[in-house]
Design a protein around this ligand. Structure first.
Ligand SMILES: *Cc1c(COP(=O)(O)O)cnc(C)c1O
Length: 480
């Protein structure tokens, strides 16, 4: 047996590379990453390919390993080349972010040390760091000291956590579901609908409140609907508002909604996955006013703080509510439960073991401070307004409402022919070109183009280039 153990140990030791091997691997990985960053302002934002990265499948997982050079080639060709390049400043579709370098360094350390960020007993410093970051977020949005939260993988899970907390805090029982009412607008992110279903609430009544011409919830109609529902014997329990919708960047009238929510004892969940971090900009504080009165709030550092994907957050005004919904107990955890001067993330979220997400956010904030984030966010707002002004001046373009935040909606109306088809072709042409990436949506039944400015790498040049590309493509399409 000893012989067998030693034999196995010898093979298993490949899992622990020598310092020479580590240095050699690191050198190649860093060189590849550096090259990527050095070229980021010139490589395409979108590459359409026939193969769509399927080459990765031609290299199956096998008993024995391969050389790093060949693996970097595989990654380069199949992962980093085809499709959307979210690291590019030319990414102006959906909701961009970018992926700041400092976070990669934080992740590197987090992976090496592998601290256990789910349980205070195991990783007290890691848990304190997570809570310190959440306290900072609470502070910038104006939440009280009672607030607590969780660093999640993204906005979808953060929405789920908020909605589950609302369900339990409002003491909803399965027998009440089909007479309980949730208020929202047709512009809420689809992850909200998904979260409602996952939380078991699909039998609840969903009241889609009409919106004004800026795609913001009409607070007067909301109040009227709640009163009517109460009169009819329904159980209104939850309002879901948006601090920046994905489609148009619209911010619901949060102050008025918060007032209505309080008066009627509803839970107010605000989805600020896209927009909440704009609270760092002085001028935007006004439009976001009322956000600080939410019972739960979602904000995505992988959007508004430009972190790489995998970073969302949920804040709950009264952290006890989170504990009530997500606490756990298990015999094998008895040591951990004794050391409880700080709540463990596992007590207030669905996860137990989790990625140490704190470090990828803490390191950049500590290294460069908040000022560059604040500046970048204000720059994005102004770039969106600049685009709005410029595109409006070009004959043929129709614009949507003046942007609340950094999303602009617009479409081109050709003198002859079908505007729907034309815009569909226009967005396809821009995507095929690839220098920038734009996405589209349907607004009031019309095919509409969007410009979403939120990559930290998007600057004035990018916007001017986008305008130039749009003009070029329109010219080409019209000369056919
Ligand atoms: C992006 C987004 C979400 C979903 O967040 P993920 O991080 O993609 O899971 C939810 N709500 C809004 C408003 C968003 O923009």
């Amino acid at each position: 047996m000893i012989e067998r153990i030693k034999f196995l140990q010898n093979i298993a030791l490949q899992l622990e590379p020598s310092s020479e091997t580590r240095a050699a691997l690191l050198e190649k990985i860093v060189r590849y990453a550096d090259e990527f960053i050095e070229n980021i302002y010139t490589i395409p934002a979108y590459v359409s390919t026939e193969d769509k990265g399927r080459g990765i499948l031609d290299s199956p997982i096998t008993e024995n390993g391969a050389e790093i050079d060949s693996l970097i080639d595989l990654i380069q060709h199949n992962i980093d080349r085809p499709g959307l390049n979210p690291a590019s400043g030319g990414h102006l579709g959906y909701i961009p972010g970018g992926g700041i370098y400092f976070s990669a360094l934080g992740d590197y350390l987090a992976a090496i040390f592998n601290r256990y960020a789910g349980i205070y007993f195991a990783g007290p410093g890691a848990v304190r760091m997570e809570h310190m970051l959440l306290d900072w977020m609470s502070e910038i949005v104006g939440f009280p000291k009672t607030a607590g939260g969780n660093l999640t993988s993204g906005g979808s899970i953060a929405n789920l956590i908020g909605i589950v907390a609302a369900r339990d805090a409002q003491n909803l029982k399965a027998k009440d579901f089909d007479r309980s009412v949730i208020y929202l607008t047709a512009q809420v992110h689809h992850s909200v609908d998904k979260a409602i279903r996952i939380a078991g609430l699909k039998e609840c009544i969903l009241r889609y409140i009409p919106m004004d011409s800026n795609y913001r919830m009409d607070a007067t109609l909301l109040e009227r609907q709640i009163i009517a529902d109460k009169k009819s014997g329904f159980n209104p329990f939850l309002i879901i508002a948006s601090a920046g919708t994905t489609d148009t960047g619209s911010v619901d009238p949060l102050s008025a909604i918060a007032q209505i929510s309080k008066q009627n004892n509803l839970w107010l969940h605000v989805d600020g996955a896209y927009g909440a971090f704009f609270v760092l900009c002085k001028d935007e504080k006004k439009i976001l006013r009322g956000m600080e009165e939410a019972d739960s709030l979602v904000m995505d550092p992988h959007k508004g703080l430009f972190l790489p994907y995998g970073s969302g957050a949920v804040l709950v005004r009264d952290k006890k509510k989170l504990f009530d919904s997500f606490r756990y107990q298990a015999n094998y955890m008895q040591d951990a439960l004794k050391a409880q001067d700080e709540l463990s993330p596992a007590d207030i979220s669905p996860e137990l073991t989790k990625h140490f997400r704190g470090l990828r956010l803490w390191l950049p904030l500590k290294l460069v401070g908040v000022a560059p984030f604040r500046a970048a966010l204000e720059e994005k707002l102004l770039l969106a307004r600049y685009f709005y002004d410029e595109i409006k001046k070009i004959e043929g373009f129709e614009v949507g409402p003046f942007p609340d935040l950094s999303v602009v909606t617009y479409r081109y109306v050709p003198k002859k022919g079908d505007a729907e088809k034309f815009n569909e072709m226009l967005v396809k042409e821009v995507q095929k070109d690839g220098r920038v990436f734009l996405s589209s949506t349907m607004l009031d039944g019309k095919f509409t183009l969007r410009l979403a400015v939120l990559s930290f790498r998007t600057h004035l040049d990018t916007i001017n280039l986008t305008i130039q590309i749009l003009k070029e493509k329109i010219h080409i399409l019209q000369s056919h």
